[in-house]
Design a protein around this ligand. Structure first.
Ligand code: ADP
Ligand code: MG
Length: 628
């Protein structure tokens, strides 16, 4: 609740709306105890007194009634009717929507067709018809306004409920033997309440206007009782001669509706979980770049070369140093592994290459990424967009999340091809089939018409690889592409990738947390910890003799079949938070070889031979031979 208020207060306009509404509602509440003239007592001798005259601050109307008193009493009545109508409409509408959405089928059909019939009439005509049938009066106006707004709530809430009614937690509740009524009350309702509140807060202003409209036409509050609409209606004949009688209630309606709408928008934003981080701004098309130091030069090595890359997240007053100066390079036909625990900065490093880290909060604060000699970090967005997918392509962990559920995989492949190559659809289709064959999807000609959900996880990931290959890129960055798959499928996917780099000379950056995978596929490997590379070198050398204690611990986490009784180790402790990195070595806390000097100063990545680099003051003895 306090978080909600904080978010609301961050939105200036909503806060202004809240304050104004608070004042108006406060005034309306205390109106009966204020020393005001009786709003209904006429005094024709003093009719049409101008504002600020003696004894009548806002003047008097055509019957000499005190306008201030009528305004406050009228506001009280209009607010009460508008809010009551909104509550009634929301309650009934939500109940109808939940029942229709929850039971579905025929119940849904009958209810929603009834709602559709109500919606077929222009709502103001419908309200007029209802009041005409019930007879004029404030209560009947309330009923009419509530009734014409019920369909709006019912439709909204039904849509949300349909989405929730088939979620796993509802199935679980059913399995546990709960009654439908209890499921609706405890599982469904809490999930739709925010939507109801949002819909209400954005329609209350509207309902106040509708009630005022009916009163204006003489169908709502009856004389002498004042509400804002009837005050406007009565003032109509004196609009030119005595405009203040119209302006006073008119201004109040304007203020109330404006304030409620601003507040409603703020409530909607504050309740929307997707906006809860406070990031109301749209993300930039490419990661923001704010490099302070000099741009590191290209040393001519590799097709894709990262030099001292630094990426940070600025979240409120915290700075998360997700990537703290990473240098890597990969040549054509080579596979470079990046390995590290979850949260070590592998994905952010990979995404920074093509400016794909979301901004805000991501900022690239230093370093360079050279593709074919060109610095991508300083490159304009148009260059990045041209290179994305065409020269450097990505494969992500979960293909179900990256493939569009409503298009066939063929359509998505064809789209990927046509983004960069304006070829005819038939040609793109033929190419899509070739691609599916190249990642060894059987029956590619018929599989091309499948939807992602009709495929198995391994198939989907092959489609993901095919999409990455669609434009014949030079570099593929694969971010844990096999983590969601079982081991046999993983082996097949790795074989596909291995063939591709041999046949096409692809450079592959392969991100994983599994040394087993690195051993199968990668020529070289970089070990990351807390946003930095702690060891880098040829895979066979590192596997034979890891130098950094972290590397050797990571290797002990890999089970080996037929290896006998070696204990499977876990690394004790947790990685440090990247917004509070300790002095010295970030791994010192968890290291079995830690010495006092490990916790001081800045550790550098030292070359131990021409291919190997280690960031450690007390590395594992190099002579140590592993048992395997
Ligand atoms: P992994 O090695 O598992 O791929 P990531 O690169 O995803 O790790 O994350 C690196 C670090 O960056 C983590 O500590 C994570 O908490 C932080 N991080 C990632 N995204 C955000 C974000 N949007 N806001 C703040 N911190 C983030
Ligand atoms: Mg990751």
């Amino acid at each position: 609740m306090t978080a909600f208020l904080k978010l609301l207060a961050r939105n200036r306009l909503a806060l202004a709306g809240l304050i104004v509404m608070g004042l108006v509602a406060g005034l309306a509440l205390v109106t009966p105890i204020l020393p005001l003239a009786d709003p209904d007592v006429t005094d024709t001798a003093n009719r049409f007194k101008p504002p600020f005259s003696e004894g009548a601050l806002l003047g008097t109307d055509h019957l000499g009634r005190d306008l201030l008193s009528r305004l406050l009493h009228g506001t009280r009545l209009s607010l009460a009717v508008g809010i009551a109508a909104a509550v009634v409409a929301a309650t009934l509408g939500a109940a109808i929507g939940i029942i229709a959405g929850f039971y579905g089928g025929r119940t849904d059909n009958v209810i929603m067709r009834g709602v559709d019939m109500l919606m077929a009439f222009p709502y103001i005509l419908l309200a007029l018809a209802i009041v005409a049938a019930l007879g004029p009066g404030l209560m009947n106006a309330l009923i009419a306004v509530a009734a014409v707004n019920i369909p709006f709530f019912a439709r909204n809430i039904r849509g949300i409920t349909v989405g929730i009614a088939h979620k796993e937690f509802v199935d679980a509740a059913r399995l546990s033997g709960m009654t439908d009524a209890r499921i609706i009350l405890t599982e469904v309702l809490p999930n739709v309440v925010p939507v109801i509140v949002i819909a209400m807060s954005t329609t209350i202003g509207w309902m106040i206007l509708e009630t005022a409209g009916l009163s204006f036409l003489g169908l709502g509050s009856q004389p002498p009782q004042a509400d804002l609409g009837s005050m406007l209606g009565e003032a109509r004949s004196a609009l030119i001669s005595n405009p203040h009688t119209s302006i006073v209630p008119g201004a109040m309606i304007l203020i109330i509706v404006m304030a409620i709408n601003l507040l409603g928008d703020g409530v909607r934003d504050a309740l929307d979980p997707r906006l809860r981080s406070g990031a109301l701004s749209r993300p930039l098309p490419a990661t923001e770049v704010r490099r302070k130091g000099p741009v590191p030069a290209h040393d001519g090595e590799g097709l894709l070369a990262l030099r001292d890359l630094e990426t940070r997240f600025h979240v409120k007053d915290r700075v998360y140093k997700a990537v703290g100066g990473v240098s890597l390079s990969v040549r054509p036909g080579e596979c470079l592994g990046i390995i590290g625990e979850s949260g070590s900065g592998k994905s952010v490093t990979a995404l920074s290459v093509m400016g794909l880290v979301a901004s805000p909060p991501g900022v690239i604060t230093g370093g360079a990424v050279y593709y074919d000699g060109q610095d991508l970090i300083g490159a304009p967005y148009s260059t990045l967009r041209r290179l994305r997918g065409e020269k450097v392509a990505y494969i992500f962990q979960d293909p179900l999340a990256t493939l569009h559920p409503l298009y066939t995989v063929g359509d998505q492949l064809i789209e990927a091809i046509q983004v960069h190559h304006p070829v005819a659809k038939s040609e793109a289709r033929a190419r899509a089939i070739d691609l599916l064959k190249s990642v060894r999807i059987p029956n590619a000609e018929s599989r091309i018409a499948s939807y992602p959900h009709e495929m198995s996880g391994g198939m989907r990931q092959r489609v993901g690889i095919a999409m990455a290959l669609a434009n014949d890129p030079d570099v593929i960055i694969a971010d844990e592409p096999t983590t969601a798959l079982d081991v046999t499928v993983q082996a097949q996917i790795l074989a596909v990738l291995d063939d591709l780099r041999r046949d096409r000379g692809l450079a592959i950056v392969f991100i994983t947390h599994d040394f087993g995978v690195v051993a199968q596929l990668c020529d070289r490997v970089a070990v990351m910890y807390a946003g930095r590379i702690v060891e880098q070198g040829r895979t066979d050398e590192i596997l034979r003799a890891p130098a950094h204690p972290y590397t050797s611990k990571l290797m002990e986490c890999v089970p080996e079949l037929g290896e006998g009784r070696r204990r499977l180790e876990a690394i004790p402790g947790l990685p440090p938070l990247v917004d509070r990195l300790p002095d010295g070595c970030a791994f010192a806390e968890r290291c079995h070889r830690v010495q006092p000097d490990c916790r001081q100063g800045e550790l550098t990545l030292e070359a131990t031979n021409d291919s190997r680099k280690v960031r450690c003051r007390h590395p594992e003895p190099i002579t140590r031979e592993r048992a395997s």
